[in-house]
Write a protein of this length. Structure first.
Lengths: 236, 236
DNA sequence: ATGTCTTTGTGAACGCGTGCACAAAGATGG
DNA sequence: CCATCTTTGTGCACGCGTTCACAAAGACAT
């Protein structure tokens, strides 16, 4: 069983650090807002504040892309928008399929952030035949049987999984088999994928549990946790 | 002299590394599955495979919680479930409010992973008066005007924001003002919060853009990117 | 009891990411 | 043209997280 390795062994010499890649969309969003207000240039300090990061970090991030700023002035907003878009691959069209059109799938289909960034929803798929043909976000839901044909015909390389946990692995296998090489997984499952396929997961439950941990710590700030508190269950 | 003084090992004290905290829910999920299959014990190797991580990492993670394993045997599943649950604060009840009952908010309200982990949806809130009273996931949607009263009455400390971007900051301010100290933000905005308030954000668009970056790299593996490709827009 | 075998727990090394602090670059004004 | 001022780009050091590799611990058989 090939466990899905989401991280490459080592960054190439020409590679942009993963942490930087993860922040580029953040910068892009802030820059887009500036662009809409017709702001011509922005300093690293201002942009960093808008994106919620440290200015030194932002400058270092940009330094991986090249020297796009002007000392004493700042960065040209339009130019930077283009450079980051190009680096992220957003200047091209990315057809996407969404599998599992429940509440979450419908929310994703309706999400405006997709189309505005070069992502085009090629199809909505669901296993429930009763849903077939119903319009969601202006698109007809199609039956999961059509998955392979749709992926091939539209050259879909990105799949979004919004199915129940039990169906996620099978859907993944079918997507990968049909040619999908990037998967965004909303199902609470660890997916196995062959090498060369990227998986990112978004897990609502995990995020909440992390918040709960910090919340608990905040609540128990002063008092000491009774460490000897052991449950009835003991190791055999 | 590169090697400085070892100020504090930071091991035995109360500090669990953030990276470890983020993985505990993952382990917990795998352990729960084992528990339901009545598996009594599990080795670090097996559990790591189920959680999709390295076994050495898992053992080190557990070492921050204490020595809960038995050498030569592995970990007692039930005992470990309890210890992780306690560490994450899941043995207590966490009332949660969800603000913004669109498709996404409805999806969150219906998500089973909430209730099963000690999270209880105290209320669903929306600014649209037309939604008020409608049942979503068995709960009536209530108007945003009731936010403060609901937070106070139910001692809500965790808020989930599923509103449009434009409303997110205002909702955040009101939540924080009413006593919420942890926020899970699904709106594509950088939130400003006072010290002591934790914010975690989940951003669909950003995840997709990161995938697009890697996808683009995969597509252009062999050929060289024309680096001199510059748009018409140039810095002033 | 003793030896063997399995698996944990962890010391140590390494690599990545972050932030400081400053020199270099360029704008701007006299 | 020169001085000054602003802001970038980056060398460097530090700390966190990951991984390796192995000694210690215990189970189990004889």
């Amino acid at each position: 069983m090939a466990t899905g390795r989401s991280h490459r062994p080592a960054t190439r010499s020409r590679g942009i650090p993963e942490a930087t890649v993860a922040r580029l969309p953040l910068y892009l969003r802030a820059l887009t807002a500036l662009s809409e207000r017709s702001v011509p240039t922005v300093s690293s300090e201002e942009l960093a504040a808008a994106a919620g990061v440290n200015s030194a970090k932002l400058r270092k991030d940009f330094s991986y892309l090249g020297s796009y700023g002007t000392r004493g002035v700042g960065y040209d907003v339009e130019y930077l928008v283009y450079q980051i878009s190009r680096e992220l691959g957003l200047t091209q069209d990315w057809p996407v399929v969404i599998v599992g059109i429940g509440n979450l799938g419908a929310a994703l289909a309706n999400y405006g952030g997709f189309a505005s960034r070069g992502f085009r929803v090629a199809a909505l798929l669901d296993a429930d035949a009763a849903l077939a043909g119903r319009l969601v976000a202006g698109l007809p839901v199609r039956h999961i049987d059509e998955l392979e044909a749709i992926v091939v015909d539209n050259q879909v390389s990105i799949g979004v999984i919004a199915t129940p946990a039990g169906a996620a692995q099978e859907v993944t296998d079918r997507l990968v088999n049909a040619g999908v090489t990037s998967i965004l997984n909303f199902a609470p499952t660890v997916l196995s994928v062959p090498d060369g396929v990227d998986v990112r997961k978004v897990d609502l439950s995990i995020e909440l549990q992390i918040l709960a941990f910090h919340e608990q710590r905040k609540a128990g700030e002063g008092r000491q946790e009774p460490d000897g508190d052991v449950p009835a269950v003991m190791p055999a």
